[in-house]
Design a protein around this ligand. Structure first.
Ligand SMILES: Cc1ncc(COP(=O)(O)O)c(C=O)c1O
Length: 397
């Protein structure tokens, strides 16, 4: 490997949420940022900006939008007109803007569960009616395969006495790491069109593909689907620049774009100038060698975690992520056996000194799940898992 993903960067004495939310003796394996250094071309571009010493207000220029459009063409063969691209401060603000643009209070908005917890913010922030279509899981020797139940998906439209105005799709999927197939995407998108609902496709994880996984942008399925879709992307997860807050909404339909712009202006969000510089460099292709190696490193970490779980936590069930650096793990059997008292999240925090994400905020029924972030040097991943193992089987270690 050309790049050193094994390097451990001391982050405790920074403002990092990941490293400062818990006491110093706790190893953080929770929030979705990685413990790797940002690729050199992005750091160089930021250094140059700092050298210039100029940090005035900034917007996405024609050049920025062209870079975004060219990346969509290069990676997915999706032809994007730069005029369709709008900047947002983040993907979470992007789907909140969409909720305001396309829904009225008490309208329905559909999500699939388990859901990235911030998806629930649209209900609280916009007063929308919650509608959920749960995924189910097939268990094959401890490995959980998420299943899309298309009939249940179709039935969830207009549930809870509200008309569904938007479907907020997570693709690739946080927390399970699954990548939807063309067929699955098509069926979901067609159901949205039949029900006259907008599709807000959160594709923030689309470049974190492991092995030979392929990403298909929802809007690239057909012009009719593109016409009803807002695609939200950002280099923040892939290139580890989440704190720079720079994201983009791609909206082919002019009227939908206008509504989004209006809602965005009302919400007064503003992009960061350094974030835009980092995003331009990230999407320019200058970091793609780094990204290719990152994917290899993450795939090896994923395999390591799965082997470790199979060997040391025989009652745990876990996903096999095809994208992201997130594992979704069910410790329910240990709770039922009485080996874990209270939630697995709390158990590992208190007894292993490892902070993972609690499954509970991802949706009802996921209280015994955790989400584990393996986007870190192998030594840290190994340390966390071994502390978790010792906590669960203290008598043997
Ligand atoms: C699916 C998904 N969407 C959005 C975000 C956050 O996006 P942003 O930081 O750009 O608001 C995350 C972060 O983990 C995520 O997993």
């Amino acid at each position: 490997m050309t790049y050193n993903f094994d390097e451990i960067i001391e982050r405790r004495h920074t403002n990092s949420i990941k490293w400062t939310a818990y006491p110093e003796d706790v190893l953080p394996m929770w929030v979705a940022d990685m413990d790797f250094a940002v690729p050199e071309p992005i750091r160089d571009a930021l250094h140059q900006a700092i050298e210039r010493g100029e940090f005035g207000y900034a917007f996405a220029t024609r050049k920025t939008k062209q870079i975004v459009a060219e990346r969509m063409q290069r990676l997915y063969g999706w032809s994007v007109d730069p005029d369709w691209v709008m900047e947002t401060t983040g993907v979470v603000s992007g789907f909140n803007i969409a909720a305001r643009a396309y829904c009225r209070p008490s309208d329905g908005a559909l999500i699939q569960t388990p859901a990235y917890p911030m998806f629930y913010s649209i209900y609280k922030n916009m007063g929308l009616t919650q509608q959920t279509a749960p995924l189910s899981f097939a268990n094959e020797g401890g490995v959980l395969h998420p299943q899309l139940d298309l009939d249940a998906f179709a039935r969830s439209f207009h549930s809870n006495h509200a008309r569904t105005r938007m479907f907020l799709l997570c693709h690739p999927y946080n927390p399970t790491g699954q990548v939807f197939s063309r067929e699955e995407l098509l069926r979901m998108a067609e159901t949205c069109l039949q029900n006259d609902a907008m599709i807000i496709s959160d594709e923030i994880h689309c470049e974190l593909l492991l092995d030979d996984a392929k990403h298909i942008p929802t809007a690239a399925l057909s012009p009719e689907i593109a016409d009803r879709t807002v695609t939200l992307i950002s280099p923040s997860k892939t290139f580890n620049i989440a704190g720079l807050f720079s994201a983009f909404a791609i909206i082919p339909n002019a009227e939908a774009r206008e509504k989004f712009k209006e809602a965005s202006e009302k919400m007064t969000g503003h992009p960061s100038s350094l974030g835009l510089i980092a995003a331009e460099t990230a999407f320019s292709g200058a970091c793609d060698d780094w990204l290719n190696e990152l994917r290899l490193y993450l795939a090896r970490n994923r395999n390591f975690v799965m082997e470790y779980l199979a060997e040391n936590f025989p009652q745990a069930k876990y996903t096999h992520p095809a994208a992201t650096y997130l594992h979704w793990i069910d410790f329910g059997e240990y709770v039922r056996m009485g080996q874990i008292v209270d939630s697995p999240f709390k158990f590992f925090l208190e007894n292993a000194k490892v902070a993972v994400n609690d499954g509970k905020p991802f949706g009802a029924g996921y209280e015994n799940f955790i989400r584990l972030n393996f986007g870190a040097p192998r030594a840290l991943v190994e340390q966390g898992l071994s502390q978790m193992k010792r906590a669960l089987m203290p008598a043997r270690y």
